[in-house]
Design a protein around this ligand. Structure first.
Ligand code: XMP
Length: 316
């Protein structure tokens, strides 16, 4: 009979049989799928798994730290942590076009990962968090996609590995159940979707450090207050956006000229269409108050009421 315990036991056996005493490399973003695959591989082959976490400097507050805490400290994984923030921000400097930004982030991600892979000796396998919808929807979904997405598919030919894809038969809710069964924390297993290019597409136009910081800090406040109000379990995706223009305000009796923060909170089934969450006024007021008082360079908070279509979920 099929249950999660048996699934895990079966996969552990299959992985052991496939990999033997050889090594597997995994790009561990901290997303649900790669985290669950990492936990499963650690259970099966322990230190024969080498996880590489590339921090592109566009992660949410505390996210890379939590990957290190869970996988290195708690699960004792073989984890290579790469802080590539400077490389990414240098490559992105002055680039304002959203698709151009995506291309740069995707290409740079593969380059950093490739460099790390070359430093490691004797790797034969690449672990991937492919899940069932990725397989059945490739072809149809790709054609409908308005924005380009990236993963680790573009490695050069001399770095081609045999794939290990232990959750390829699972739907998203089953992947989460698998993660829970393997002991991963709730905030990792029930993490909201986060785009590959990260905060890079929420810091609109050409990325600057001051606005990136404003996106990261305001996003952290939004997440904290959503969790406090129980909205984190209810709303599909919620985040903040900082545009590349300023508006006039007044602070300490003097004129200010600072950035706005835009709040977004949407519900959807498949991300193809989306509706807006009706947030209680006191929650919005609390978030607004905190952002205006705690986030540097911000003097205005707006709530985005646009459904998809006509808007997309992200601003870029
Ligand atoms: P849009 O903005 O197209 O977003 O309505 C639909 C869903 O896709 C996510 N998204 C991305 N995910 N790389 C990703 O991995 C990307 O470049 C990207 N762009 C958008 C978005 O967060 C939403 O969940």
């Amino acid at each position: 009979n099929w249950n999660m315990k048996n699934f895990i036991a079966d996969q552990v056996e299959l992985i052991k049989r496939q990999v033997g005493d050889r090594k597997v490399l995994l790009a561990l973003s901290g997303g649900v799928d790669s985290s669950v695959v990492a936990a499963l591989l650690i259970k099966a082959i322990g230190k024969q798994l080498v996880c590489v976490h590339v921090n592109h400097g566009l992660m949410r507050k505390g996210e890379s730290e939590s990957v290190v805490e869970v996988f290195k400290n708690q699960l004792d994984a073989n984890l290579v942590y790469v802080d590539a923030t400077e490389r990414f921000l240098t490559k992105l400097a002055g680039v304002a076009d959203p698709e151009e930004k995506r291309k740069i982030i995707g290409a740079e991600f593969i380059r950093v990962f490739e460099e790390e892979a070359r430093k490691l000796e004797g790797i034969d396998f690449l672990g991937q968090g492919t899940i069932y919808p990725d397989i059945v929807e490739s072809g149809t979904k790709t054609a409908k996609m308005v924005k380009s997405h990236h993963n680790v598919g573009g490695l050069p030919e001399d770095l081609q590995f045999e794939l290990v894809e232990p959750v390829r038969q699972l739907f998203k809710d089953e992947v989460r159940a698998c993660g829970t069964e393997l002991g991963l924390p709730d905030d990792m297993v029930y993490r909201q979707p986060f785009p590959g290019p990260g905060l890079g597409v929420r810091c609109l136009g050409a990325i600057t450090r001051d606005r990136l910081e404003a996106v990261r800090e305001s996003d952290a406040i939004l997440r904290e207050e959503f969790a406090a109000a129980g909205l984190d379990k209810k709303v599909w995706q919620y985040f903040t956006v900082v545009p590349d223009f300023k508006s006039v305000g007044v602070r300490d009796n003097a004129r200010s000229f600072e950035y706005p923060v835009i709040l977004r909170a949407i519900n959807t089934v498949d991300a193809m269409t989306a509706t807006i969450e009706e947030i209680d006024w006191p929650v919005l007021q609390k978030i607004t108050h905190r952002i205006l008082n705690e986030v540097k360079n911000v003097n205005r908070v707006c709530y985005d009421l646009s459904p998809k279509p006509c808007a997309t979920i992200e601003w870029e």
